[in-house]
Design a protein around this ligand. Structure first.
Ligand code: AMP
Length: 143
């Protein structure tokens, strides 16, 4: 299975913020949308960074409640690893494991076209394995 199949099922909407917005805005977005990360966009809509709940927790440990007024640029990861629609689930799993993160923005020609989380990958991988097991059971039953 490829990233394109995941995007087809979940859609291409990605929550984004600008680097000069506050972490308070990010916290509200994460809570409202029930997500774990937002992509930071440049004015051109290219990817400038990513900020996840882990970054917020790190900032809270360091700055306490003042965190909410700080700009996103202070907390975001700038070197963002991305994937493409043609990548396989196995490629995504190894990229997430190696990088120790749970989100991969999807890029096409330098433009953000979606985002895949570890939850999406696990959900589709489990469905794939169940389908394979069911096909195998049918094959054995008909032999
Ligand atoms: P996460 O597991 O996604 O909550 O992220 C853990 C850490 O990795 C945080 O510091 C994120 O900013 C960072 N991170 C998340 N996704 C990516 C990514 N695709 N590329 C680089 N860093 C990331």
């Amino acid at each position: 299975m490829h990233v394109a199949a995941i995007l087809k099922a979940k859609g291409r909407a990605v929550e984004t913020v600008a680097a000069d917005e506050t972490l308070g805005t990010v916290v509200a977005l994460l809570a409202e949308r029930r997500i774990g990360a937002v992509v930071v966009r440049q004015p051109s809509r290219a990817i400038a960074g990513i900020v996840s709940e882990r970054d917020i927790v790190r900032m809270l440990a360091r700055h306490g409640a003042a965190t909410l007024a700080l700009p996103v640029s202070e907390a975001m990861t700038r070197d963002v690893v991305t994937c493409r629609e043609t990548d396989t689930l196995d490629e995504l799993m190894s990229r997430m494991t190696e990088g120790r993160f749970r989100h991969l923005p999807v890029e096409d020609n330098g433009q953000l076209v979606g985002i895949v989380s570890i939850g999406d990958v696990v959900k589709h991988r489990v469905a794939e394995v169940e389908l394979e097991a069911s096909a195998m059971r049918d094959y054995i039953a008909s032999a």
